[in-house]
Design a protein around this ligand. Structure first.
Ligand code: SF4
Length: 274
């Protein structure tokens, strides 16, 4: 029978002494069961108890039971599988970029924000060879798999107007729009400076209903428009950031990937790169 957090907790000293680095024995038990923390990290367990339970824990960790899933890795494996049948030579017509020959291998150089990424048959990386983070890889692989040749329409939509996004609206708000709002309220010029660093074009004059507007081109077929309203306490207005996507975005990205792309934009602008 598998060892649950409560089962393990019952066999801990239950003194909440914090010597393991956790505030309570229950928190430690949770980390051991779900995050594979070694039982030995509690210095108050005798060897017999450790020997008895660690073997059982190792077995259930290996079987995946109650282990916290590595969501990013799962998503990346899935996205890579989706893109496995791509033909590099078909990509420029579908998603843009330019084919190059490097050491006898055909690669695609694809503009990415203000940078360039390299697409190979089984890898994506930055131009300098360094790795993209996992979430970036997820939406880029999904774009490789899904990206149609349809160009941007010039019609903007809020995330909530895109079909099948209802379960993700709060996520995008929480991890992209809200932190951007918090970071830049009262600091519109800092937003403008950050946007410029990542290829954002100031199009504020075209969107006079907002205080500032920036047009980004994360990927050639995927523009993003960021609208910013600064706080105005005298009039009772709070600051707000709204991300808009081209109406064609679902031809290029699945809904999850739109959220990851939005989070990436937030990371870049807020300087909390991951
Ligand atoms: S060191 Fe052991 S007894 Fe102390 S809080 Fe952690 S698990 Fe509980």
């Amino acid at each position: 029978m598998a060892l649950s957090v409560v089962d393990l907790y019952k066999n801990l000293p239950q003194t909440n002494c914090k010597d393991c680095g956790y505030a309570a024995c229950l928190a430690f038990a949770s980390m051991v069961v779900s995050e594979k923390l070694p039982l030995r990290n509690c210095p108050h367990l005798d060897d017999a108890i450790i020997a008895k339970f660690q073997q059982e824990l190792d077995q259930q960790h290996n079987s995946g039971k109650w282990v916290k899933k590595d969501m990013a890795l799962d998503a990346l494996v899935w996205a890579k599988q989706r893109a496995a049948s791509m033909e590099i030579t078909s990509l420029p017509k579908r998603i843009g970029g330019e084919l190059k020959q490097v050491n006898g291998e055909t690669i695609l150089e694809l503009p990415y924000f203000a940078d360039v990424i390299i697409i190979k048959k089984d890898a994506v990386s930055k131009l300098d060879g360094s790795e993209l983070n996992r979430w970036e890889q997820v939406f880029i692989y999904n774009h490789l798999a899904q990206g149609g040749s349809v160009p941007p329409s010039g019609k903007w939509k809020g995330f909530e107007e895109i079909p099948n996004t209802i379960s993700k609206i709060a996520t995008l708000r929480k991890y992209a729009e809200t932190p951007l709002t918090e970071k830049f309220k009262g600091h519109a010029d800092s937003l403008a400076a950050a946007a410029k660093c990542f290829g954002g074009v100031d199009v504020s004059e075209q969107y006079p209903s907002s205080d500032r507007a920036f047009y980004f081109h994360p990927l050639p077929r995927i523009p993003v428009l960021l609208l910013f309203w600064d706080e105005c306490p005298d009039d009772g207005f709070d600051a707000n950031v709204k991300l808009l996507f081209d109406a064609t975005i679902t031809a290029h990205l699945d809904v999850e990937s739109i959220v990851f792309l939005s989070e990436r934009l937030r990371q870049l602008l807020c300087g909390d790169d991951a």
